[in-house]
Design a protein around this ligand. Structure first.
Ligand SMILES: [Mg+2]
Length: 266
């Protein structure tokens, strides 16, 4: 682990990264919110600009691309709106590999009954807290309080009470959100590893770009045989090897990757 400020910029380290690719396009993994889109007040406003969608489409034409998100897989797939990509949703619990490796895996199907029951109780109890909202994903239920920051403690009390009724679930904390998920030791990093273990990407190098704390599990999973790029402008600790400041930088990185693969790599 190091800190963001101690890491080189992925754009400034371009030659180093290209050298590590050993003449092949990478197997690319991209987080969605905060990586391809700016972080916004309302999650439904986190849409791709035409330019970054075009950048993702272009990069998917030269290497396998998977979008990895905490959102429901079908939701992030609709937001990206591109076919020919892999989509991994619900923080890695719902895996659909890219066309090059169309593997399908759902982790925690046996927890769906508990999730369904917890979802209706949460809806009922959080309805009394103005601004608190419930978002159901296939393998998680998010209780958002971004619009009810002053009532965080009340939201937490409700979530903890619902959790007590369903001990097969566990409570994960995020940015202005509590999330109930199956109590399984699983995350984005394990999802990537699961995919890579069954899909021989070699000689491709796995390359992951993300901004969330949850993306750290992926950076750790790839620390020995891949490249992790953290999108951040603060100085938190990270297991990534390079940084990009914001989604604009990510777009520049993708554009440069496409140009390099087309001109010099296979
Ligand atoms: Mg993110």
């Amino acid at each position: 682990m190091t800190t963001v400020a101690a890491l080189p910029s992925a754009l400034a380290s371009w030659d180093d990264i290209v050298q590590r690719l050993h003449g092949d396009a990478p197997a690319l993994f991209l987080d969605y919110d905060g990586t391809l889109t700016p972080i916004v007040e309302h999650p439904e406003d986190a849409v791709l600009t035409a330019a970054i969608r075009e950048a993702v489409r272009a990069v998917a034409a030269v290497c396998p691309v998977s979008i990895v998100s905490g959102r429901d897989r079908t939701v992030v797939e609709a937001l990206v709106g591109l076919s020919g990509l892999g989509y991994i949703g619900s923080h890695g619990f719902d895996i659909c590999g890219p066309p090059e490796s169309p593997l399908r895996h759902e982790v925690g199907v046996e927890y769906l009954d508990a999730l369904n029951a917890a979802e209706s109780t949460l809806h009922e109890r959080l309805a009394r807290i103005a601004g608190a909202t419930v978002e159901r994903k296939r393998f998680g239920i998010a209780a958002h309080y971004r619009q009810a920051l002053s009532r965080r403690a009340e939201v937490e009390t409700v979530v903890r009470a619902v959790h007590a009724m369903h001990p097969a679930l566990h409570v994960a904390l995020g940015k202005a959100v509590f999330e109930l998920r199956p109590a399984i030791d699983w995350d984005k990093g394990r999802a990537i590893r699961w995919l890579l273990d069954r899909w021989s990407v070699a000689p491709r190098l796995p390359l992951y770009i993300g901004d969330d704390l949850t993306d750290e599990t992926a950076f750790e999973a790839l620390s020995a045989d891949g490249i992790g790029i953290v999108v951040a402008d603060d100085n938190r600790s990270t297991a990534a090897q390079f940084t990009l400041r914001d989604p604009r930088d990510v777009q520049a990185f993708l554009d440069r990757l496409v140009a390099t693969v087309r001109s010099t790599l296979v």
